[in-house]
Structure formats: structure tokens, C-alpha cells
Design a protein around this ligand. Structure first.
Ligand SMILES: C[S@@+](CC[C@H](N)C(=O)[O-])C[C@H]1O[C@@H](n2cnc3c(N)ncnc32)[C@H](O)[C@@H]1O
Length: 219
């Protein structure tokens, strides 16, 4: 009997992660506050750009038209029709690959800009992914990041730790309690700017934001 129960649970979670979660995520993360943050961050993208954890393509319209190309990686193929329609609206070339950020299929020093928005919370091995980001960035290149993560407030952080297993399930792998700046420096990148703030309209547990820029350390 437990096997039958596990099979039903697996099927339910499979349906949820393929059909319900992407629509929910797309709806929540396209609100005005999210859009304003995306525009502010991405105005600094330039040249050859890589975005990790592309999701449903909500960043696309916020890139400056002047970027020369956007490469995107995400192991999942979320809402493919919606993503194709969004890609069709931009004037720069877009190349998609369904691979993980932990093993990027690009040569060293290929990109001027790497972008990560609300993605380091979900990548199973974020430090390995960030090491890959450092490898594929040109020495003068920049990682632009906009992520939610661990609170500096001890009480909030304790609740983030407690509720993390539940968030893992309902957020399809999302962690509430990752200290984003520490992950970035652990991977050998240097943080040039870091802005911490609370995302309006989002519960504090998931609204503790880390926004900034990081650069590869000189070899
Ligand atoms: C919360 S969504 C954010 C989507 C998008 N970055 C945005 O700002 O709307 C997290 C994304 O990370 C992707 N992801 C999960 N594991 C990944 C990995 N190992 N490498 C790259 N992306 C991953 C998920 O498929 C999902 O699209």
C-alpha cells in the first residue's frame, strides 16, 4: 500500500511541477514590483549575455535592445509556447539550451554579462554553478544578480530554516535560507555592489533581497 501512495504522490507532484507551479510562478513574478526590479538590474547588461535559470522568460523584455546576443540555460522547459512568444518579441538573437548551470556548455571567458534572477535559491549546487559563471565570464565581465535569500535578522532566519523543507516542496526546489553573498564569494567571485532590501508585497521569509554585481577574481 505505501508504494501505491508514493506513486500517487509522485504523479501529483509531477503534475504540479509541470503544469501548476510554472503558471503560478509566472503570474506572481510578473507583478509591477518584480518588473521594476528586472528593468533596473538589466539596464546594465551588455554585449554577449548569459542568463541562468531562464524560467518563463520574464526578463526578456527588460534587456536593452543593444545587447549582441542572449544565451539562456534552464534544465526545465517551462511553458514553452509562452516562452517562444516572448522570445519572438525581442530584437536580439536568443539561444536556449536545456542544461544545468552547474555544467555550462560554453568556453572560458565567453560572456560580458551573466544574469541570475530568483535562480540561486533553486539551483541544487549554487556554488558549483557560480564557479561556472566565473569561468565563462570575461575577466572584465559582470554577474548581475537579483535573488531572495537568508535574512540578517536571527528570528526571521530561524523561521526560514524551519519552513525551508516545506518551501522546497511547494517551490519545486526553492530554498528560503541561502546566504546569497556568501555563495558568490565562496565560488571565487568578488562582490562589487550589494544592496539588501525587502521586496514589497511579499512575506518577509521570501522577500529578503540581495541585488548587485560581482566580477571574476583576477587569475
Ligand atoms: C524561481 S525560477 C526563476 C525564473 C527566472 N529566473 C525569473 O526571474 O523569472 C527558478 C528557475 O531556476 C531553474 N533551475 C533549477 N535548477 C537549475 C539548474 N541546476 N541550473 C539552472 N537553472 C535551474 C528552474 O527550472 C527555474 O526556471
Amino acid at each position: 500500500m505505501p508504494e501505491a501512495l508514493f506513486a500517487i504522490l509522485r504523479a501529483t507532484m509531477g503534475f504540479y511541477s509541470r503544469h501548476i507551479f510554472p503558471r503560478l510562478m509566472d503570474w506572481v513574478m510578473s507583478s509591477q514590483d518584480f518588473q521594476r526590479l528586472r528593468t533596473d538590474l538589466l539596464q546594465d547588461a551588455r554585449g554577449e549575455v548569459l542568463e541562468i535559470g531562464f524560467g518563463t522568460g520574464l526578463n526578456l523584455v527588460h534587456y536593452p535592445a543593444s545587447i549582441s546576443r542572449l544565451s539562456i540555460v534552464d534544465p526545465a522547459d517551462l511553458l514553452p509556447k509562452r516562452v517562444s512568444e516572448r522570445i519572438a518579441t525581442v530584437s536580439f538573437p536568443v539561444q536556449a539550451k536545456h542544461v544545468t548551470a552547474e555544467t555550462l556548455p560554453y568556453p572560458d571567458r565567453r560572456f560580458d554579462t551573466v544574469v541570475s534572477t530568483w535562480t540561486l535559491c533553486t539551483i541544487p549546487n549554487p556554488v558549483q554553478a557560480l564557479r561556472e559563471v566565473s569561468r565563462v565570464l570575461k575577466p572584465e565581465g559582470t554577474l548581475l544578480f537579483l535573488e531572495h535569500g537568508r535574512s540578517d535578522d536571527h528570528t526571521t532566519a530561524a523561521w526560514q530554516d524551519r519552513l525551508n523543507p516545506i518551501q522546497n516542496v511547494i517551490g519545486c526546489g526553492c530554498h528560503l535560507n541561502r546566504q546569497i553573498d556568501r555563495l558568490i564569494t565562496q565560488a571565487g567571485l568578488r562582490i562589487a555592489d550589494l544592496d539588501r532590501f525587502l521586496l514589497p508585497g511579499v512575506p518577509r521569509l521570501a522577500g529578503e533581497m540581495y541585488r548587485g554585481r560581482a566580477t571574476p577574481c583576477p587569475a
